[in-house]
Design a protein around this ligand. Structure first.
Ligand SMILES: [Zn+2]
Length: 87
């Protein structure tokens, strides 16, 4: 019961914050519900990652392979990497 309560909270968050259609989960309980939530989170994670790639391409951004910072491409030679500075 408690676990289902947590799952319902996550479902509400998925719906309100990310617009996920959680209707299919409304009849599920226990392990079925937990599995559905896990799959929805995986799908969302993948979508958010590909969204970042699309936004980054539009804004001419690239991630620094060392520190992970988003850098405007023309400024890559000027990038002062945190990883190097910390060394
Ligand atoms: Zn860097």
């Amino acid at each position: 019961m408690g676990t289902d309560g947590v799952m319902r909270t996550i479902l509400a968050e998925l719906k309100s914050s990310f617009g996920v259609d959680v209707t299919p989960a409304s009849e599920l309980r226990g392990q079925e519900l937990a599995t559905w939530v896990a799959q929805a989170q995986d799908t969302l994670d993948i979508r958010l990652r590909s969204d970042w790639e699309a936004v980054g391409a539009t804004l001419n951004l690239q991630r620094c392979p060392r520190c992970g910072a988003a850098i405007y491409k023309p400024e890559i030679p000027l990038h002062r990497c945190r990883q190097q500075n910390d060394a």
